[in-house]
Design a binder for this molecule. Sequence first.
Ligand code: SF4
Length: 353
Amino acid sequence: MDKTRLKNLSISELESFITSVIGEQKFRARQIFKWIYQKRLSDFSEMTNMPKTLRAVLAEHASIDKLEPRRILESSENDAVKFGFELIDSSHIAESVLLIDGDRRTVCVSSQLGCGLGCAFCETAKLGFIRNLTLEEIIGQVIGINDYLHNRGDRLVTNIVFMGMGEALSNFDNFLSSLSIIMHEDAFNIGARRITVSTAGVIPSIEKLMRENLTIGLAISLNAWNDELRNQYMPVNKKYPIKDLVAIAKKYHDQTGRRVTFEYVLINGITDSGEAANALEKLLGGFPCKINLIPINPVNTGKIGGTFKSPSDRQVEKFAENLHDRGLSATIRKSRGQDIMGACGQLALYEAS
Ligand code: SF4
């Protein structure tokens, strides 16, 4: 008999498993939630607030295995750690990155193996789409990183960003179920304000998210200042052009009150020109949003990625000043973890070079 994998269940699904399959009372589900997400147990026998007979029945019918990290790479500056987690029934790994900044412990989680959206500057895109990660595989990354933090006596994960491998909104059901666990008071208890999902701009998925009435942060990978350029770098733009993307971002802001972030990769001579700043002002002027400027990371393989160059630090600062002068809120994002290939657009199953 196949055992039920409890980390693939939402709290309501776990409650019905406990009542209908195990024949126990519903409140046991919350106890189990606490054990597997807060105490991070992987053995029912250690659940000491439950009768021994119940623990034995659970062990017979259910499993609470953990994803094992196959490798952990710590950056030399101690501000980023990249993890490669083993997956269920797969030879692939899911990559996640822990970013350490003051009191903040942010986990960048993966939601798909590979990605089908084909953005030109992204290492993950080169893998193509392999499959969606299961709920357990998404949540397992957070559990594994909390184990790592706990073992070094550090505080646990405070923030989650869905910016790892894949487009989380294209794995919508598992993404949504993972949020219900991340936010649950008996699990990770991380509030909506400390969660962000990044998207390449699949508008129907953003509309779907809006129907859920959550107030998580939304980050849109813009990366270009006109459709011609964006079509080249992000094929998704051919279906959902910039004007429509900005329109839905405004609706998202109106509905949630949250300032939308636009991720904007700076590529020397391509996205950092005066013309680009002009176009961004026209697009985003007067809209209370944030622009994250991300000097493109060096990528170690691939003919498309290899041809892009990052602007100098001075050029990056000049571009940011140019945007500020136009009344736009732009921040230069410090790229943590470059030496472990854990920075934006670098997650693709590679070892550090
Ligand atoms: S940038 Fe994001 S959406 Fe684009 S290919 Fe990479 S993982 Fe997919």
